[in-house]
Ligand binder design. Structure first.
Ligand SMILES: [Zn+2]
Length: 211
């Protein structure tokens, strides 16, 4: 009896300290975008890459506002599948078996994960502000690692990961001087801890061949 109590106590301590429990699925809040049924359907065995984004917006409410905006003729807009807040809260905007518009040219085979982060907000394309301004808190990165490992176990066809900035390298005229070009996408940017992340999820950071 005493032995059982001791074992229970040790287990409780380990769980609370986060030493075990890595295999528990993450809590994901389901909050689909209003137009999600209008997004193209796919089978999830087509998935082979995860794309990491930063919202370049102040908070989840603003990210939601941008995600809900209808931008295209098919009455859909631009968003990732998952959004992770600074405290690690994960919200799903688009189901995995729908094609979200998050990375030009790569949407049909990828899942997009958005980290709430200021990025260059609100001077995205001003030449004086071409540096990401906010580090990623550990709670947010840990939640990302748990989510990506969960997605990997659900979809073994996922082999690659990249940042949005690697997959969209286009330049655009800056707001203050149209003759000077700036990066259209810079996310997740220099603050993103790629080394720690890749070690934890064991995906390949390499641009795959186009299908
Ligand atoms: Zn992005």
């Amino acid at each position: 009896m005493k032995k059982n109590i001791t074992i229970s106590l040790i287990l409780v301590l380990l769980t609370n300290c986060g030493w075990i429990g890595f295999n528990t699925p993450p809590d994901i809040i389901d909050n689909k975008l209003p137009y999600w049924l209008k997004l193209g359907a796919r089978t999830t065995d087509e998935l082979d890459m995860i794309v990491i984004h930063a919202t370049e917006l102040p908070d989840m409410a603003e990210a939601r506002f941008y995600g809900e905006r209808v931008l295209y003729g098919d009455q859909t807009g631009a968003s990732g599948h998952y959004y992770i807040d600074r405290d690690g809260t994960i919200i799903q905007y688009v189901p995995d078996n729908r094609i979200a518009n998050h990375t030009s040219g790569w949407n049909s085979r990828t899942l997009g994960i958005e980290l709430i982060n200021l990025g260059r907000f609100p001077n995205w394309y001003h030449t004086d502000y071409q540096k990401m301004q906010e580090p990623y808190p550990p709670d947010q990165i840990n939640a990302l690692i748990i989510l990506v490992n969960e997605l990997k176990s659900r979809y073994p066809s996922i082999k690659f990961v990249n940042g949005h900035e690697e997959l969209d390298t286009r330049l655009v005229p800056s707001d203050n001087n149209p003759e000077i070009l700036v990066s259209r996408k810079m996310d997740p940017g220099a603050y993103f801890p790629w080394k720690k992340f890749i070690e934890a999820v064991k995906l390949i950071k390499k641009i795959p061949n186009k299908k």
